[in-house]
Design a protein around this ligand. Sequence first.
Ligand SMILES: [Zn+2]
Length: 145
Amino acid sequence: MPKTAASTDSLHGFEPYKETKGEEYMNEKQQEHFRNLLLAWKAELMAEVDRTVSHMKDEAANFPDPADRASQEEEFSLELRTRDRERKLIKKIDATLELIDQDDYGFCEACGVDIGIRRLEARPTATLCVDCKTLAEIKERQISG
Ligand SMILES: [Zn+2]
């Protein structure tokens, strides 16, 4: 099958996991696959955070024009929000790596079923199966109106 940019992007350069017939769900090989995937993703995010911090240091010049200053501040605050999201994501990745170490990775935390390899490859930090996730989203919508 030809490699598409989309599939390798979401897997951070990794090939999708190929299960062998009768393979046990979340055996050591699968855990290893997801550990590598999460570590690669984390490394990408951390490089991204570093890049922004140094970019902001470089650009933190004094603009004499208030309009330039304002647009720079706006740009920085947008970047800071992005960085904040990335830091939270890194924390979530760390928590997920811990789950792998404890042999708890890959199972729905609400109902206990297998979350599934394909879903985890699309969302390595998922802690809910599709059904529970859908339910949680419906509930959330009802609460927020
Ligand atoms: Zn579930």
